[in-house]
Design a protein around this ligand. Structure first.
Ligand code: GEK
Length: 244
């Protein structure tokens, strides 16, 4: 494993905060950034590994879409013994994928893997027993999300599942403000300053557009998933499992 550094990207004042990008600077600090920013991240990764034992079928594909450094793929490979299953980890950030390949190859497993530097909107999903989108859909243009969920549904085998984790918007202003506030408190307690929190917020606001749970559930149901369960929620972060 390569060493992960402390996330200090937004610790000094920036005159114009540019839009957030998954570049080399972010890849270098990503494990620290994601741990200190997403409540329950480790629980979700571990849950993905556990669920994979229920869904991964022999001779099938598993897709990790927007894999970053490969934490979800690693959990699946750690938990899973399915014969001849293959994991395909996809990310369009070269910096992320380079490190992901190193992480995955450092861990021995029966499950073969391929890494692909590709836009997930252009990735063919086929013969899949499990598809994972762990905090990735929120970075896809809202108008393109339904088509992506439809193509995942089409590429899944009967009985296959999509695990979808997202930051959520709450329907009412007061409720939403409370969830945003407690999430910021979570970040403060993890050592982020007010400046870091507010500059990160500015950087991400045009890049990460979040939906409500109802919007996700409707989109998943429209695509054909008739069993959608929210299995994790903490503050405004949730993970759903949608079964074909
Ligand atoms: C984890 N799943 O640790 N095509 C491919 N990749 C994309 C695209 C796209 N169109 N858009 C964004 N990404 C990971 C965490 S991070 C979440 C996922 C976060 C990639 C982007 O490069 C980044 O690596 C990832 O999606 C989102 O379980 O940082 O909040």
């Amino acid at each position: 494993m390569q060493k992960s550094h402390k996330d200090l990207i937004y610790s000094s004042p920036q005159e114009n905060v540019p839009d957030f990008q998954f570049d080399h600077r972010v890849a270098e600090v990503f494990p620290d950034m994601i741990q200190r920013s997403i409540p329950g991240y480790n629980t979700i990764i571990d849950g993905i590994g556990y669920f994979s034992t229920k869904f991964v079928q022999p001779n099938s594909n598993v897709y990790d879409l927007g894999c970053s450094l490969g934490a979800a793929s690693l959990a699946v490979r750690r938990y899973n013994q399915a014969d001849n299953a293959h994991i395909i980890a996809i990310d369009n950030s070269h910096a992320m994928l380079e490190r992901c390949a190193l992480h995955l190859s450092a861990f021995k497993s029966n499950m073969a893997f391929t890494t692909r530097c590709q836009d997930i909107l252009e990735s063919e999903i086929s013969h899949a027993s499990l598809v994972i989108m762990n905090f990735t859909l929120q970075f896809i243009k809202p108008e393109l999300r339904a088509q992506l969920i439809n193509s995942i549904y089409q590429g899944l085998l009967p009985g296959g599942a999509l695990i979808l984790s997202e930051k959520l918007k709450h329907d009412t202003q007061t409720g939403n403000d409370l969830l945003v506030d407690i999430h910021h408190e979570f970040k403060r307690r993890n050592g982020y300053s007010e400046l870091e929190i507010s500059q990160k917020r500015t950087a991400i606001e045009n890049v990460m557009i979040i939906d409500s749970y109802a919007e996700h559930e409707n989109r998943l149901k429209q695509a054909g998933f008739n069993d959608v369960a929210m299995w994790f929620k903490c503050y405004n972060f949730a993970s759903m499992i949608a079964i074909k």
